[in-house]
Design a protein around this ligand. Structure first.
Ligand code: NDP
Length: 307
């Protein structure tokens, strides 16, 4: 019987994960089909229940459901519980296990960006969605001592900070309002700047003006494209990386969870490059009501997003 793995999101048509995971299953000679399921929030519960069928190996979960699926899981791994977000589902019999492989993907991306330098201790994160949660968790685990989160809707950054209050008790984790002058002064004190917003995903705009980027910064954009933000940062003399390493490594970790086999990284990277040549920029499909539209915060209803 052909086994099935599905990506559940809304929308999912532009996902890069489909090309990457199907290439990996095919390269390993596994009879597995990776399907894209576009499911609105109201249809999420039924989609998750369907996964209990014998033909399913598991799933990926993406925008806007990563936080919403948490209460629908039978068990959460440590990373999923710590971030309050699930991007990969595996099965133990009919029980569903929620994982967050974005955390592992980010750890590889961070190491690669820092290279041979000493791991910095101070970072600025732009954004407070599901992606930002994996980033903040990863920074705490990597030993950062000051992390400042800026978000358009401050309450969401504050909720993120509250979510990590225990694991960040030994360090400074702060939410700050999105004002250019405040971001500028914070950047003078930091070594790492990460864009975890979707600004730049669907149009050529940057979350911050080029002039406020100090030359010595290490800059990561979670978006899988050479965004305006990254091009501006390079012009200013910064070292930059896009979301490819994180996307590839979160996908590789998910592949291993479903199959128990090491992921064919090169095959997956080639599939991503081909999909990118086809014009896709998004890590996991495009954001519903993308940039400039406050509905993107709908992914996190209430005070504590998705928790
Ligand atoms: P969410 O929808 O959960 O969060 C979106 C974030 O972008 C929020 O912080 C939102 O702010 C902010 N935002 C959107 N539009 C604007 C705007 N016009 N001005 C200011 N802020 C804005 O998405 P995710 O966290 O899941 O994903 C964020 C980005 O990271 C996406 O581009 C996604 O593709 C990428 N990503 C990449 C991964 C990879 O493996 N490379 C993994 C995960 C994500 P507000 O809360 O105020 O609405």
């Amino acid at each position: 019987m052909t086994k099935r793995v599905v990506l559940i999101g809304h929308p999912v048509a532009h996902s890069l994960s489909g090309a990457m995971q199907q290439a990996a299953f095919d390269a390993k000679g596994l009879d597995v089909r990776y399907e894209l399921w576009d499911r609105s929030p109201i249809a999420l519960g039924a989609a998750i229940r369907e996964l209990k069928g014998d033909d399913f190996l598991g799933a990926n979960v993406t925008i806007p459901h990563k936080e919403r699926v948490v209460p629908l899981m039978d068990r959460l791994t440590e990373d999923a519980a710590a971030t309050g977000a699930v991007n990969t589902i595996t099965k133990e019999g009919k029980r569903l296990v929620g994982h967050n492989t974005d955390v592992a993907g980010f750890a590889v991306a961070l190491d690669k960006l820092v290279g041979r330098q000493k791991m910095p201790r101070h970072a600025v994160v732009l954004g407070a969605g599901g992606g930002a949660r994996a980033i903040v968790h990863g920074l705490i685990r990597a030993g950062f001592l000051r992390v400042v989160v800026f978000n358009r809707h401050l309450h969401r950054a504050e909720a993120l900070v509250r979510h990590f209050s225990k694991s960040a008790a030994h360090m400074e984790l702060k939410a700050m309002p999105w004002h250019e002058s405040i971001i500028e002064s914070e950047l003078l004190r930091t070594k790492i700047l990460i864009n975890a917003t979707s600004i730049g995903l669907t149009s050529d705009v940057s979350p911050v003006p080029a002039e406020i980027l100090p030359q010595s910064l290490l800059v990561l954009d979670l978006i899988y494209a050479d965004t305006r933000f990254l091009r501006d940062a390079r012009k200013q003399g910064c070292t930059t990386a896009d979301g490819q390493t994180m996307l590839l490594n979160q996908g590789a970790a998910a592949f291993t969870l479903w199959t128990g086999q090491p992921a064919p990284l090169e095959v997956m990277a080639d599939a991503l490059t081909a999909a990118r040549a086809g014009g896709l920029r998004s890590a996991e499909g495009e954001v519903t009501g993308a940039e400039g539209d406050a509905t993107s915060s709908d992914t996190a209803p209430g005070d504590e997003p998705g928790a």
